[in-house]
Design a protein around this ligand. Sequence first.
Ligand code: GAR
Length: 197
Amino acid sequence: MTKRVAILISGGGSNMLALLRDMAAGGHPAQPVLVASNDPAAAGLVKAAAAGVTVAAVDHRPFKGDRAAFEAALLEPILAAEPDILCLAGFMRVLTPAFVGRFAGRMLNIHPSLLPLYPGLHTHQRALDAGDAEAGCTVHEVTPVLDDGPILGQARVPILPGDTAETLAARVLVQEHRLYPAVLRRFAGGDRSPLYL
Ligand code: GAR
């Protein structure tokens, strides 16, 4: 049975689009059933709708720090879509353990660092500041601990002389677009062994 995938975004949604494109290719074990955002103005929503996917927006701002109430509202379109798998793709809100627990073992996230290095924000600048020779991205299962959870895949890039956070982010993003679809394909097919590109 084809797995049903919901994708949560907050912005441009380039990773979400990479997932949609791969799922649109033949023989994929998953299909997109929803793209939802906490930002009604997220550019990715327009792109997802243009791709023919159901979209939903639940603005987090009126909830003013009441995470549980925000998540209850966000859950409505998600539960209506009946996803088997939930993919965070540039979703920039921290989810509560209660929300994460609902999707235990079936929620994925992509993070722009070689976890366990640099959980949280400003990953590229932190890699540059540390003098690292390499950076990259990680797809992992989501657990209640931020940017933690079993690693499902990683891709690495070199850090080059003269790199800024922006040039490095762009190099990593190219790899994100390769890694996430490849990991989702395997995961939806039942393979949770880590993929290293
Ligand atoms: C991506 O680089 C993703 O790894 C990162 O945000 C960007 C979203 O880009 N995610 C995080 O930092 C999560 N904490 P996109 O909207 O074009 O996919």
